[in-house]
Design a protein around this ligand. Sequence first.
Ligand code: ARG
Length: 590
Amino acid sequence: MKKLSDILEQRISQAIETVTGQEDCPALVGGSKSAKFGDYQANGVMAAAKKIKTNPRQLAEQIVAELDIDDICQPPEIAGPGFINLRLKDEFVAGRLLEINSDKDRLGIEKVKMPKTVVVDYSGPNIAKQMHVGHLRSTIIGDCISRMVEFEGHTVVRQNHIGDWGTQFGMLCTLLEEKVHKASKDEGLLNISQTLEDLEKFYQEAKLKDDTDEEFAKEARAAIAGLHHGEEYWLNSWKDIVRESRNHYQPIYGRLAVKLTPEDERGESFYADKLADVVEQLEAKKLATKSDGAVCVFPGDFKNKDGDPLPFIIQKSDGAFLYATTDLAALRFRINELKADKIIYVTDARQALHFNMLFETAKMAGWTDNIDLTHVTFGTMLGTDGKPFKTRTGGTVKLKDLLDEAVQRATAVVEEKNPDLPEEQKKEIAQAVGIGAVKYADYSNNRNSDFVFSFDKMLAMEGNTAPYMQYAYARIKSIERKTESKVDIENELAGIDSLTFSDEAEKELGKMLIRYDQAIAVAAEECRPNYLTGYLYDLAQTFSRFYNACPVLKAEADQRVIRLLLCDLTARTIKHGLTELLGIEVVEQM
Ligand code: ARG
């Protein structure tokens, strides 16, 4: 079914056009601030009146007279200088609820008519290092955006732009080689364990050696040259490192229910042979120039603090390419090969300048005509002390440890709430609640704000948290469980084709439920998961009000049907939002 806000916008805009003869006067329909003004409000009349220099209130009256909307709304009311207030008809709300009910998979939400190909670049860990909390935000925010855009009906191509190419791998490979040789000499076997923890330590060691040991540094340079020329020996060693890293982050994606697969991985190394061409093309277009030996583009009006033009460096004086060059090559690949109409990059806000300069450079080169480029940024994760989130000893928090602790703490919560559940079930709930809490806390926060990581807050049963939402779901399921012993809920709702409201609380919940499509559309458009969590939280609270006011199981037969339906649709909407769009599990019992 078509989105209600779109229908209202279209009908009222049409009426404005008929009355004023003006084509570009949008109705500007939004939800009403307060129920006493109705359910929706159109604010566009004032601007239209200004345009044709007429009295806005009178114009509003003419528009309302012209408006054909009584299949949806009660007679519109004009308020203030010319707002049009709309109140939905009960029959309309009831009809929508029945439509939603009949669509098990999509809750009545249509796919977009003109699907686009949207590349979403997220997570992007750097190999040979463990993932830390800094990667958590990109990973889960990017995943939610991908899920929402995909649900809308677009084709989403996920890209994991891992940092797998750089001079550091020359050092690391050299050190590994030394260790392997030494081990085979000393012990006669290659017993070098290469867990990611080991690799991280080796990397520190290699860096130190590179700075202090002339001979080592020379070998490391030879190694990186060998790697970059595709020499098999070095390539194999590097591949080992990539594999080990993947074995580390892929299970973390699994635990987080993040949909990135090894097939989505297209790291910096993939673009290595496309970098020289990027530089050549920009030089040929006279956009790149030599400056202090380096090849630079000076896009847009970016200035350094002295007011001088800021260079976007694409090749260093020693011939090496940079992060920027790789991103230019990736952008071209995504447009030309992956056929992207839109590319969304999800990284922390500190990379804003890089992406602004990247987008501007690509635009100057004429590579991005009609392509929508978006950098989705987010703030820093802070500890409860307000400082960047660190371990007690000041180290970076490893993602794995963080998730373990979340589940462990959730176990205590479950234990306290429901000590009599079977162990197996308690474990399952703790998993869902622990991981869900970490993700939901991040999602529910305005992503641009820095965000305080607090286990106590995210695991609270009250407030806009995962456990609250999961409990809201489980509670409705428990109502339904009680019903099933007497009546089968599916059966009870199966044949109904009309509903009658008998209580304001029912109506309020019904109107909330039919707005789910709008919540998704706005959250997806703005790349803001907190719009979705905000909607789900409102829904859960509206449900609470309804449930306090309206008995369900003890209601009279005709009331019972609509109330059961409202319960069921609320549960299905919460479940859909949590599991399909946020990737957070629900449990039937808590
Ligand atoms: N590896 C990068 C980092 O850790 C993130 C990559 C983001 N994507 C991109 N196309 N630059 O900061």
